[in-house]
Design a protein around this ligand. Structure first.
Ligand code: SF4
Ligand code: SF4
Ligand code: SF4
Length: 483
């Protein structure tokens, strides 16, 4: 059941499952259509300039040209003009390495390390807030970890500071959190009142979730996490769920999705196969077999749809053109607890073997400035471009755009490919194209999901949930002292 494809032109592909019922796919034009062998033959001749073949297809030569051109808006996306100065109005604060859980697959050794010192936190927020005020934009801050639940009083102090500083500057704060959801009821209520959107990690039923996502004391965590989700729902906080799928949990994926749909009102669930990094490398957990993951995903996706929800996988997206898998070449303004600037949500520890490709500056311990290494930034952007260009042979090049950079740097590639992940991405993109042709509107998700669909987050794939800063804020009482 392999996905097959052939490149007809650098922007046009012929895609099928095992060679049957091929689709002509022009991703930049947003065109997919089922074609037969005669059509393909004529189309290929027309691409070579044969006007008779174009006419036989009912097209002018100019019509064929349109298939292969890169439209101006796509050109703009694929060849972005980067700003000359580093003035982000959004930031991701990795406030702590501490964590209330000890997930056996944690990529970032959650629970091992310290909090961000206040001067670093304050500088990161003031810098971003100044940019937001000058640019007349909202201040978008997301918290990620570790988990803020492990440094709760400090986290509240940080939120109070942000709200007051924004009030004084007349800037609206839009706060999000990627979290394990393991909070006491009062903490969950606090979050619901101060946070605008969230992504919560839930792996499925208690047998599945609690196996990998236990507390530091080895106790189950799901019950508390579900209570947090209920607090979000009661306060109308938009949130979505993020699942990590291991080889062991894969056979129960559909059942797990059913559990999540029955116990939460999340509109969207993201299921990602385990990637063996951090603690996962030392655990007995296995990475799912790609073909089995695809089969399990299909079943689980049907279950989600029956509940009116959407199941997604990070690399499978057909509704836009992406120049990179995530926003890391921007570069994402992520500040680690030590004050390093990172553009990757997975690379946080100073000893991480991938620190050199992803760290691009620092905030000194006394918070005296933001130091950006422009050479590093240029190298990060160039690397992202090379990564996409190395995938020019693949019909997912404008969707997956070279996959997660951290994972492609972390494992041996076959050519430009991460074989298992590429297999999954291609199969699920093909599924989406087929579904679209059968009347599924990819721009219009199922009813519950439509109420709150997120665009792709900065890090679409890591084990700890990553919130989407693009989500609209939910209504909550005025904060701070905004005029
Ligand atoms: S995956 Fe997230 S919740 Fe789990 S230990 Fe790591 S940081 Fe904590
Ligand atoms: S990483 Fe793999 S699936 Fe993604 S664009 Fe490259 S070859 Fe295609
Ligand atoms: S998608 Fe990959 S490269 Fe991008 S932030 Fe996430 S882990 Fe890092």
């Amino acid at each position: 059941m392999d996905t097959c494809w052939r490149t007809l032109n650098k922007n046009v592909f012929l895609v099928s499952r095992d060679g049957s019922r091929p689709l002509l796919y022009a991703p930049l034009q947003g065109i997919a259509m089922e074609v037969n062998a005669a059509f393909v033959q004529r189309f290929e001749r027309a691409l070579q300039g044969d006007a008779d073949s174009a006419n036989a297809l009912g097209m002018e030569a100019a019509g064929i040209e349109k298939f292969i051109q890169t439209p101006p808006n796509a050109r703009h996306l694929l060849d972005p003009q980067w700003p000359q100065t580093f003035e982000p109005a959004s930031a991701t604060i990795f406030l702590t390495h501490k964590c209330t859980l000890r997930c056996s697959y944690c990529y970032c050794h959650g629970g091992e390390g310290a909090d961000m010192p206040w001067p670093i936190f304050e500088r990161a927020v003031r810098f971003t807030l100044d940019n937001a005020r000058r640019q007349k934009r909202d201040l978008r801050l997301s918290f990620h970890g570790g988990d803020p639940g492990a440094c709760w009083p400090y986290f509240q102090q940080c939120i109070a500071f942000i709200e007051q500083a924004c009030g004084e500057a007349g800037v609206k704060p839009v706060l999000s959190i990627g979290t394990n959801g393991f909070y006491a009821d009062a903490q969950a209520e606090y979050l619901a009142k101060h946070i605008d959107n969230a992504t919560v990690s839930i792996d499925g039923s208690p047998e599945v979730h609690d196996l990998c996502r236990a507390t530091a004391a080895g106790q189950p965590s799901l019950e508390r996490t579900l209570r947090t989700v209920q607090a979000f729902e009661a306060n109308r906080v938009p949130y979505s769920v993020r699942m990590t799928v291991t080889a062991q949990s894969l056979p129960r994926l559909a059942e797990s999705v059913d559990f999540i749909c029955r116990h939460t009102r999340t509109p969207a669930i993201r299921a990602e196969p385990l990637y063996a990094r951090g603690r996962a490398t030392a655990s007995a957990l296995g990475v799912p077999d790609p073909a089995q993951f695809v089969a399990g995903f299909r079943q689980a996706s049907a279950v989600a749809r029956q509940h009116g929800r959407l199941l997604t996988y990070s690399g499978a997206r057909i509704t836009g053109v992406f120049s990179s898998f995530c926003a890391y070449p921007a570069p994402t303004f992520g500040v680690t607890p030590e004050g390093n600037l990172t553009c990757c949500y997975e690379v946080l520890h100073p000893g991480d073997p991938l620190r050199d490709p992803f760290f691009y500056g620092h905030v000194p311990a006394d918070g005296s400035g933001i130091c950006v290494d422009e050479t590093r930034v240029a190298a990060i952007r160039a690397g992202a471009r090379q990564r996409r260009e190395a995938c020019a042979h693949c019909f997912c090049v404008f969707a997956c755009a070279g996959d997660c950079a951290a994972k492609t740097m972390d494992e041996p590639l076959e050519g430009s490919e991460t074989p298992g992940r590429c297999q999954i991405t291609r199969a699920l993109v093909h599924d989406m194209l087929r579904a679209a042709l059968e009347g599924d509107n990819p721009l219009q998700p199922p009813p519950a999901a439509a109420a709150n669909t997120r665009s792709d987050a900065s890090c679409p794939c890591e084990e700890c949930a990553q919130p989407d800063p693009a989500l609209p804020p939910h209504p909550h009482p005025p904060r701070g002292s905004a005029p």
